[in-house]
Design a protein around this ligand. Structure first.
Ligand code: GUN
Length: 290
């Protein structure tokens, strides 16, 4: 069994980007610039945005956090997006989700210029990726694809089961793995909350991707020996044995399933760290496209 080290691969990618940005600087070019719009003071969002900004610094990118209060109006946020769309010094930007309930998230996402949508959430990017055309791929599905590439995990002709049909993980990862491409050429099945007898599907999987946020959903009896598992589910559960008072659990019961796997992503340190590396890759691409 190979434990997939997403932290290590993420560091590798950040190092590769930093070398490219260094070469740009030596050629007299400005660095790529990523802006994160952070609305309100949600603890998890603050943490994610801070981590993204730290990764920018390590890549040699310029980065800006635009902070708006919880009571910002939808129109004010739309105006901010319009300003960033028009700003030639900004290569890419993200509006950190979730947004306060009085703001229509989809409206905001669709207001972003798809050429600066480094989150890959705009319908133009989602659609282009589904059609097999170049476009920004969302960070988590791209991170899974990169791990498959760097670990040399064969995908062609293999059965891939995706548990979860979300717009940011389940649907795009299924669409990437069914492409006539490498990685790709999988026979893909998507399971979700209305799928009866989940185990009948997961037992068929050569590659199993779970993204539902239900700790312990997948147990040893539900997988085939030799399966490659990518666990995207991250649930915080209270814990008396950690300084933070909580720890993270995936959708897969790691201790019982891992011994059966050819490859498995741990939590933390599996798919999670790859999402930031993918965002950095998208930002560099947005810059190169300009
Ligand atoms: N909230 C949780 N994950 C993400 C992400 O990848 N992008 C944005 N914009 N918000 C998020």
């Amino acid at each position: 069994m190979t434990l997939i080290d997403g932290k290590h691969i993420s560091e590798q990618i950040i190092g590769e980007i930093a070398r490219e940005v260094d070469a740009l600087a030596r050629a007299g070019r400005r660095p790529p610039h990523l802006v994160a719009v952070l609305v309100g003071h949600d603890g998890a969002s603050e943490g994610y945005v801070a981590a993204k900004m730290r990764a920018c610094a390590r890549c040699g990118f310029r980065s800006t956090t635009l902070r708006l209060e919880d009571d910002v109006t939808q129109q004010q946020l739309l105006d901010t997006v319009a300003r960033l769309n028009a700003d030639d010094t900004v290569d890419g930007f993200i509006v950190q989700l979730p947004l306060p309930p009085h703001i229509d998230e989809q409206l905001i996402i669709e207001a972003i210029d798809y050429r600066k949508d480094v989150d890959g959430f705009h319908p133009v990017n989602v659609g282009r990726v589904a059609l097999g055309l170049p476009g920004f791929v969302a960070a988590t599905p791209q991170g899974i694809i990169t791990l498959m590439e760097r670990y040399g995990i064969a995908t062609a002709g293999r059965r891939c089961v995706v548990v979860g049909r979300s717009n940011i993980v389940g649907k795009p990862v299924a669409s990437l793995l069914m492409r006539k491409a490498q990685p790709g050429n999988c026979t893909v099945t998507i399971c979700h909350s209305a799928t009866p007898h989940l185990e009948q599907f997961t037992r068929q999987a050569d590659i199993l991707i779970t993204a539902v946020g239900q700790p312990g959903l997948v147990t040893a009896g539900m997988v085939r020996p030799g399966v490659a598992v990518f666990d995207v589910g991250i649930t915080r559960v209270p814990s008396s044995s950690t300084p933070s008072g909580w720890h993270l659990l995936g959708d897969v019961d790691f201790d019982s399933v891992a011994p059966l796997c050819s490859f498995i992503t741990p939590i933390p340190g599996g798919v999670g760290p790859m999402t930031i590396a993918s965002l950095m890759q998208n930002t560099l691409r947005a810059y190169q496209n300009q």
